[in-house]
Design a protein around this ligand. Structure first.
Ligand code: PLP
Length: 427
């Protein structure tokens, strides 16, 4: 599949049915799988043979869909998780444990910030947050001898900052650690972070990949390019024997192409069990089949609305990285020349209260803690997703108190603009 274009991978990737097999991916709604002998099953438990034995670890339906996303990103191995939160947690915890440190971009999703700064900190993993536009010296100063990874988002939710992926990848590699990129907002249709030096990609598939507000999910993809063995002292979990699997060493047994995902499945999925359901994976796959078509329309609608808002006298500011006036326009053009996403943010003149009044009156976009749905929706992060943050943390994350996040759906942009225009007229 890898030589096909993105459109073909979206529709047909991950699953090649044989003669007489179902054309659509089968939903294997089974917790368990049968074997003729205990020896057969024992080989699976020792990771000596590959196959299915229990759906907490792996399930064929989920693997078809993980393989499709793997092909779309151009990776070597991938796994689905039950949510984007689980994907980011596993991706980081797979290589950074108690006593380790991670450099993360400060402009990231509020849930990920909380996972890192609060929950993983309690587990003994320390994070240093750097602004996406920090100087090279500031980025350099964030690294410590125990740093195990660098983390950022292609397009930050909700700050809409674009990460300079190449710059962060170079800094990570100079310190012998991988760059993990959450590619949720761009999707591989608009950006493939592996082409710019990223090593691991994560997704909240809940967003554009599903795209219909139907199934929460996540995904981790490995590029297979990061050489763990060249920095074996930093990554003992991948480069030394795993006692919980009869002493196998993941990099030796599965190579660079498979070590990271096999370890995350065999250890983290086994022990934490953030397993996607085969039903949800099936729904995700339906979304993926039209992702390339939908991303283009989400983007066109967002560009039309952002262009309208930018000229409106009642709007204080607009952020959309594909607007030529946006501070990240050059980065967006470099990494996402065919379009970014369907999410824009802006401030209504009058601050926090004006933002609330504006949102309440919209008739098409509904107030939701969600983005990237076929239906337009909006949110005031300072009083919802980011309410646990201090003002200083909000500022660092690029979220001002008046920020309205609008996720432009697949409706007519004429209707969306007319609705917004009428509400702005009335406030
Ligand atoms: C929503 C989101 C997440 C969390 O994903 P869930 O599927 O809600 O757990 C992580 N990263 C980004 C960029 C997101 O938008």
């Amino acid at each position: 599949m890898n030589h096909y274009k993105m459109e073909t991978k979206c529709v047909q990737g991950g699953y090649r049915p044989g003669n007489g097999e179902p054309r659509q991916i089968p939903i294997v709604q089974s917790t368990t799988f049968k074997y003729a002998t205990s020896e057969d099953m024992g080989k699976l438990f020792d990771l000596e043979a590959s196959g299915y034995f229990y759906s907490r670890l792996q399930n064929p339906t989920c693997d078809f869909v993980a393989n499709k996303i793997c092909e779309m990103e151009g990776g070597t191995a991938a796994m689905l998780t039950s949510s984007g939160q689980a994907a980011n947690f596993y991706a980081v915890f797979n290589i950074a444990n108690c006593g380790d440190h991670v450099v993360a971009c400060s402009a990231i999703y509020g849930g990920t910030f909380n996972l890192f700064a609060v929950t993983m900190k309690k587990m003994g993993v320390d994070f240093t947050f750097v602004k996406p536009d920090c100087t090279d010296e500031e980025l350099e100063a964030a690294f410590r001898p125990n740093t195990k990874a660098v983390f950022g988002e292609t397009i930050a939710n909700p700050a809409l900052r674009v990460l300079d992926i190449e710059r962060f990848a170079n800094a990570a590699h100079a310190h012998g650690v991988p760059l993990i990129i959450d590619n949720t907002f761009a999707t591989p249709v608009h950006c493939r972070p592996f082409e710019w030096g990223a090593d691991i990609v994560t997704h909240s598939t809940t967003k554009y990949m599903d795209g219909h507000g139907a199934a929460v999910g996540g995904c981790i993809v490995d590029s297979g390019k990061f050489d763990w063995t060249a920095h074996a002292e930093k990554f003992p979990g991948l480069c030394t024997p795993d006692d919980s699997y009869h002493g196998i060493t993941y990099t030796e047994r599965f190579g660079l192409a498979g070590a990271f995902i096999t370890k995350a499945t065999a250890q983290l999925m086994r022990d934490f069990g953030s397993t996607p359901s085969p039903q949800s994976a099936f729904i995700l796959n339906l979304g993926l089949e039209s992702l390339h078509v939908r991303m283009q329309r989400h983007y066109e609608n967002a560009l039309a609305i952002a262009t309208f808002l930018e000229k409106h006298e009642k709007i204080a500011w607009v952020r959309f990285p594909s607007l030529p006036t946006d501070p990240d326009y050059a980065l967006a053009q470099k990494y996402m020349p065919n379009g970014t996403c369907g999410v824009i943010s802006f401030g209504v003149k009058g601050g926090r209260n004006a933002a609330e009044a504006f949102m309440k009156k919209l008739t098409i976009a509904a107030i939701e803690t969600h983005v990237a749905d076929a239906r337009s929706c909006c949110l005031h992060p300072a009083s919802a997703t980011h309410r646990q943050m201090t003002d200083a943390e909000l500022e660092a994350a690029g979220v001002s108190p008046d920020l309205v996040r609008l996720s432009c759906g697949l409706e007519s942009s004429d209707d969306l603009i007319a609705d917004i225009a009428a509400v702005l007229e009335s406030i």
